[in-house]
Design a binder for this molecule. Structure first.
Ligand code: PNS
Length: 195
């Protein structure tokens, strides 16, 4: 019997519970599933490809037939390289459909032998996206029920570093502006007081 290998391509920046739900569903119907992270240098990602790979590897460790890989260039070419016969994509709501249909048909045009298979994540993830997770985390909201704990932890670490930089930048800017507004005499006094 033919073994069916599929790829699940995406940005996964960061991976969410919705992605994990789809990976679990995909792992049940395909013999092998490769989660393929697109390393797209045009976008300005929050997480490096290496970080995303580590997170996905940890999240999917329990699935024997799931592996994580990265790729650049066309998805169909990557699929051919790894000898996959299907591309797995998730459709959350009707709003996803148009873009996904366009992509699936274009991929079919490029590579007629490759099938796109759509699966729906659990309803509770139908409003979940990496973009919203990034936005919520950046604005200080909780992402605890939206992503696995290890991803939430990584997001907290990222935001702490960003916060420290912003605070340091703000202090530096305030100091510079104060110095600029001062007379040369007061500047010297201020520097002496600090040293
Ligand atoms: O998670 P995303 O960002 O919705 O994933 C989109 C992705 C990576 C599947 C899509 O952008 C893609 O396939 N990019 C690779 C380049 C490519 O093949 N483009 C032609 C698509 S028809």
């Amino acid at each position: 019997m033919k073994r069916i290998k599929a790829i699940y391509p995406g940005s996964f920046d960061p991976p969410t519970n919705g992605h994990l739900d789809l990976i679990e569903r995909g792992s049940k119907i395909f013999d092998e599933l490769v989660v393929a992270i697109l390393g797209n240098p045009e976008k300005d990602p929050l997480f490096s490809v290496a970080d995303r790979r580590k997170m996905l590897e940890a999240m999917t460790a329990e699935f024997d037939n799931v592996t994580i890989d990265t790729f650049d260039g066309l998805t169909v070419e990557y699929a051919l390289r790894v000898e996959a016969r299907a591309i797995l994509r998730g459709i959350r709501a009707i709003s996803d459909y148009e873009y996904e249909l366009q992509m699936a048909l274009m991929n079919r045009k490029l590579q007629p032998g490759l099938e796109t298979v759509f699966m729906m994540p659990a309803e509770k993830y139908s409003y979940l996206s990496s973009r919203l997770v990034r936005e919520i985390a950046q604005l200080g909201g909780s992402v605890d029920c939206l992503v696995p704990e290890l991803v939430a932890q990584k997001l907290r670490e990222k935001m702490d570093v960003a916060h420290k930089f912003t605070t340091a930048d703000a202090a530096e800017t305030a100091e510079r502006l104060t110095q600029e507004r001062m007379t040369p005499e007061r500047k010297t006094k201020s520097r002496k007081r600090k040293s």
